[in-house]
Design a protein around this ligand. Structure first.
Ligand SMILES: [Zn+2]
Ligand SMILES: [Zn+2]
Length: 151
């Protein structure tokens, strides 16, 4: 018999309550794609401070690299360009993919505030009258979650 687990979203900023069936309860800690994506972005930022700050930063970085490569090509084709000419093409290129993705993520709250009469898996829609608060995920994800900072 299917049971659903009562889960609170792992992002402290969200704390959305939702349910997971055992099939979907594979280390999920976030209420939806928006939160898991944001949490991933945050952990990437934590892990790789030597990289650009955010995903958006990497996008901008990639765009800058493309512009740089283009400039290199232009330098090769025109070994002695007039001063200022190749830079003009680079400067006129708008690099702004960041804010769009951010607003989408914050506005996408997939779960309704009023829960249905039966608890429903937030991911596959399975319903079950049986709930458990025992967290399966905590057994394998737990150590990191519980003691985030070793003494
Ligand atoms: Zn969430
Ligand atoms: Zn499910």
């Amino acid at each position: 018999m299917e049971t659903l687990r009562f889960v609170v979203c792992g992002r402290p900023e969200c704390r959305q309550v939702f349910f997971l069936c055992s099939a979907c309860d594979r280390g999920r800690r976030y209420c939806g794609a928006a939160c898991s994506r944001r949490a991933r972005a945050e952990s990437v930022r934590e892990a790789g401070r030597r990289y650009q700050r955010t995903r958006d930063g990497r996008h901008a970085h990639a765009a800058r690299q493309a512009a740089w490569r283009q400039r290199q090509r232009q330098k090769v084709t025109h070994p002695s360009p007039p001063p200022g000419a190749p830079e003009a093409t680079v400067a006129s290129e708008p690099v702004q993919p960041a804010m769009e993705a951010d607003t989408r993520a914050s506005s996408a709250r997939p779960l309704p505030h009023a829960p249905p009469s039966l608890p429903t898996c937030a991911f596959c829609g399975r319903t079950s009258p049986f709930l458990r608060h025992t967290t399966l995920a905590r057994t394998h994800l737990g150590p990191r979650w519980r003691r985030a900072r070793p003494p």
